[in-house]
Design a protein around this ligand. Structure first.
Ligand code: ADP
Length: 162
């Protein structure tokens, strides 16, 4: 059985991430989305909220599961018996960071391959921080994130103003 991890912060999950998940689900028997509990990166949503947003947006993907991880991805892959890590590439700037991470993960776990999927042209400029910025000013982000995430962002930024 071919199993892949798709790690990231997903703060929040966007249609660009969902597109990568859909394509990974066709390539692998099982895809495990790994939400990082990264203390260095201050997130807007808690890890539990980020998991919930992914779960609510991926009911159509029966071979996809979601978990939280706060350790090394290479270790997580070993524990989960995953053979691959999926990463999305948007621009040349992504490549440099991703190359370093892929080489380090290979060093930490020789059995692990990193598989890169190119973004679709329409998601080229889409990233979570841009979505948060626009949502904070109550801009329309409905074309870029799943409906459940639109609601979560609306609640989050209305709460913060109370
Ligand atoms: P980032 O790395 O931008 O902070 P994440 O950690 O949530 O965001 O991203 C997880 C993975 O998804 C990374 O490999 C990232 O390159 C990829 N990704 C993010 N947005 C997109 C997109 N619009 N299209 C394709 N891949 C994407």
């Amino acid at each position: 059985m071919r199993k892949a991890l798709y790690p990231g912060s997903f703060d929040p999950v966007t249609n660009g991430h969902i597109d990568i998940m859909q394509r990974a689900c066709k390539l692998f028997d099982e895809v495990l989305v790994v939400v990082s509990q990264n203390i260095a990166k201050r997130c807007t949503f808690t890890a539990e909220e980020r998991v919930e947003m992914i779960q609510q947006s991926t009911h159509h993907l029966p071979n996809l599961q979601v978990m939280i991880n706060d350790g090394l991805i290479a270790e997580c892959a070993r524990k989960q018996h995953a053979q691959a890590i999926i990463r999305g590439l948007r621009a040349v700037s992504d490549f440099e960071i991703e190359l370093k991470m892929a080489l380090m993960n290979k060093h930490l776990n020789q059995e692990l391959e990193t598989v890169f999927l190119m973004t679709q042209a329409r998601y080229l400029f889409l990233n979570s921080s841009l979505i948060r910025e626009v949502a904070a000013f109550h801009g329309d982000i409905a074309d870029f994130v799943p409906a459940y995430v639109v609601e979560c962002l609306r609640k989050k930024y209305n709460e913060n103003e109370l």
